[in-house]
Structure formats: C-alpha cells, structure tokens
Design a protein around this ligand. Sequence first.
Ligand SMILES: Cc1cc2nc3c(=O)[nH]c(=O)nc-3n(C[C@H](O)[C@H](O)[C@H](O)COP(=O)(O)OP(=O)(O)OC[C@H]3O[C@@H](n4cnc5c(N)ncnc54)[C@H](O)[C@@H]3O)c2cc1C
Length: 460
Amino acid sequence: MTQIKKDGFTFDLGPTIVMMPEEYMDIFKSCGRNPKDYIEMVKLDPMYNVFFGENLERKYEVSNDIVKLTSMLGNISTDDTEGFFRFLSDIYTRFRIAEKHFIRKSFRKPSDFFNPKTLVQGLKLKTFDSASNMLSKYVKNKDIQSMFSFQTLYIGVSPKKGPSFYNIIPMIELLYGIWFIKGGMYSMAKAMEKLFLELGGKIHYGEEAEEILFEGESCRGIALKDRDISSDFVLCNDDFPYAVKHLIKDPERKGKYQDEKIDSMDYSCSCLIFYFGLQGEVSELEVHNFIISRDIDKNLDQIFEGEKLEDPSFYLFFPSKIDPSLAPKGHTGIYALVPVSNLGSAKYEYSAKTIEEYRSAIINRMKKIPGLDNVEERIVSETVIQPQDFKEKFHSYNGTCFGLQPTLTQSNYFRPQPKWKEAEGLYFCGSSTHPGAGVPIVLESGRLASEEVIKDYGYE
Ligand SMILES: Cc1cc2nc3c(=O)[nH]c(=O)nc-3n(C[C@H](O)[C@H](O)[C@H](O)COP(=O)(O)OP(=O)(O)OC[C@H]3O[C@@H](n4cnc5c(N)ncnc54)[C@H](O)[C@@H]3O)c2cc1C
C-alpha cells in the first residue's frame, strides 16, 4: 500500500479499489475524529467497465445504480436478471451471518469456534460450493457469470476453487459501492500516519525488524539491525508466514507453525504490474476496467496451477480520469495488473523474457480498445513490479499479493488468529491473518488485534 512517483506520474503500487467505505472511516471515528478531515471519498458510477471477446467487442458498464444495473443485465437476459437479483439476496443473507459471527470477531480458544451456536451459523453460510458454481445456479449467461465472479481474484483465490461465500465481494461492491480516495489509496496510508502521530505515536521508517525477541514464554520486543527495542508487547503486521518462519527463531515459540507447515500451506496468487505514463488523453476507459481472457476458465487454471499464461486477463486502473493531479497535463497514467502464479507455484521464471511476453500480450489487447490503438507509441514512462519484488521488498511469502489463500481450511478459526498462543505479549494482524486480505478486511484485522491487546493489558 505504497506509491510510485516517476516522471510526473503518481500511481498506487498495489491496492486501488476502495470497498466498504465505513471500514476506512471507522479508524478516524473510533479516535473521535471526523474522517472528512483526513480523507476525501467519492463514489464511482459506473463502478467499472468489463470487456470480453476476441476484439473486446462486448463492453459492459457495471453500475450499482439499480436502474442502470437492471437495464445492463436486462439487455443480456431478463431471466438472468431475475436470477441475479435472487443470487444477490441469497449472498446478502449469508454476509449478514458472517459479519456478525465470523468477520468481526476473533477466535482465542477452540470453544470460541467449536460451539453449537457458531457451528450452526457456519452451516448457514453454505460455503462448500465454489463461488462460480454458486452463481451459475442463478445465472446462465457466461458473461454475467464472469462479470460477477472474477472478484475473488481481489483476495487471490480462483472463483472456481474459492468458497462460494466469497461471492460477498461483488455483492459488497453493488450494495455499498466502489469509492475513490482523492490522491489514491496511498492517501489513506498518509491519513493513518497523520492520525497516529497526532495521538502521540512514533514511527521509525527505513528500519527492518529482524527478530521477535522472547524471554522465557513472554515476548519482550524486537531486534533491529543495530539495536534491540524492548516493549510490553509486539503487534506484528509483517506477512504472518514470513514473520513466523524468519522473525521467530526458536522452534518452541513457533507452535504448530513450524517451517514445514508454513511451506505446505496454500498461498494466494501474485501480480505483475506495469505502470504506464502515456502522452495524450484517453476517453474510453473508466477508473477501473477489467479485460477478460478469451478463455477465462483456462486462464484461471493456469494462474493457480503455475502454468504460463497464454491469454491473460488483466485490470486497467486509470486514476487520472478522476484525479488529474496524478498525471502531468495532457498525459494519462494507466496501471495494468496481470494476476499471475505466486513464486511457490509458478513452474516458470519471471525472467525479462517472460515479462516482455506478458507485456506484449496485454499491449496487443489494449490496442483493441478505441483510443488506445497506438498505446505503445504513446508510452513516455514505464515501471514494472513483479512477484519477486513483493517477496524481496515487502516480505510477502512466496511473493503473493494477498497472503495465505482463504480456502475453507485457512479461513475463520482455521486462519492465524491475532493472539499468539505460544507466548505472552505477541499479536499478529495483516492479510494472512483472520479475517483476511484486502484493505478494509486488514483494517478489521488491526481492530481485532488491538481488542486482544486491550483485553490483556487493559489499555483504553
Ligand atoms: C497489487 C495489489 C493489488 C491490490 N489491490 C487491492 C485493492 O484494489 N483493494 C484492496 O482493498 N486491497 C487490495 N490489495 C490487498 C491489500 O493491499 C493488502 O491486503 C493490504 O495492503 C495488506 O496490509 P498488510 O498490513 O497486511 O500488509 P502491507 O500493506 O504489505 O504492509 C506491511 C508493511 O510492513 C513492511 N514490512 C514487512 N516486513 C517488515 C519488517 N520485518 N520490518 C519492518 N517493516 C516490514 C512492508 O514493507 C509493508 O510496508 C492489493 C494488493 C496488491 C499487492
């Protein structure tokens, strides 16, 4: 969640899609502040464009204005429109159950999960089906199915394999909107920094935690390269699998997460991202755009089975459409993201040759979008971030973008919890912990972790 500034262009490096705006605002509200003094949010309409077909001839503008949505779906099929609204209602019911019983609570001990009430609520989530299978029971048209199931990729899991419960993601987009924070997602990080400093916090930039220190069964601080910092407790948001494997040195303090276990867990996909600065304006794109592979099933299989992608799907982010301050006058910044296999599963190298092949594949597809036919000649600035960068620069285990994959056996009680059982005074938050990945959900993991600290230490 950082930023790239180059040649006058400004890009968010990773997260761009703002969902669940209340989660963003709650941070400020819970500290007695007015969120509007920290972040400026605008709702997007349409939420995004989705392009399909050999020549991207089928373009859908997806809006959460119910009139526009009904018209867009109705132009495809009225039977499927009816089915789609039944799907939305079904998944909303499940979301309300999950919100109350799973997302907004942590599981300190087995009986917090393995009790009749929670297990009954868990069954009501009916989550044993896959996300795309569930949707296909309501909607027959392939474009509609793809348009509202690729969203599980936002948390790095295939809609063909991810539990049907994750259909809550397109539901959340439709019912709560997609928003844009002025300045991009990085403005949220800056706003949280501002709040933290106002509250008396101290931030040490450019220093890496190299070890979590213990004295007997208690955590007593962290070691940096040149000194130790002692503390009452440690709350770690380094990627959980990386932290347990590399920052906890004593196997006794790793509990069930010994190195072999960490290596054998399921990991989300990674991304290859090109940040293009273009000369001139672009008119056909929305802020968010999805270009779907000609064979989406094969594309998804290849991402998650580690095969080379023959025809990648990709996402185009065009922030300067809504915030001109992000590109020089008369220019356009476009971020192109390709979901790819993580470093643990890829059966090929992300060599310069591979990156060039993927770049050509997406540039050739972009050329089919009206107004982008000469995109390659218009590039005046370019940066690439690849899976190895996520591993090396941000300690993301296996170079993933979304941490541990949210499979059934790595979700809820079965996902790493905020309070560490193997020592007093150690807590975790972040993508690989409960409730999961994505900025609003990670904010929730931060809240759950701080509640555990408050429970143990009584801070107010
Ligand atoms: C390409 C991409 C696109 C995404 N798109 C979206 C999106 O559109 N919407 C959305 O909501 N989410 C999106 N996400 C997911 C979202 O960004 C993450 O889930 C979220 O940022 C994770 O927060 P975190 O605190 O766990 O980790 P991070 O945001 O990675 O923060 C961890 C920080 O800790 C630092 N760090 C790591 N180890 C150490 C150490 N030992 N010492 C000191 N510092 C350390 C890292 O450098 C990093 O700055 C995207 C992610 C990626 C990568």
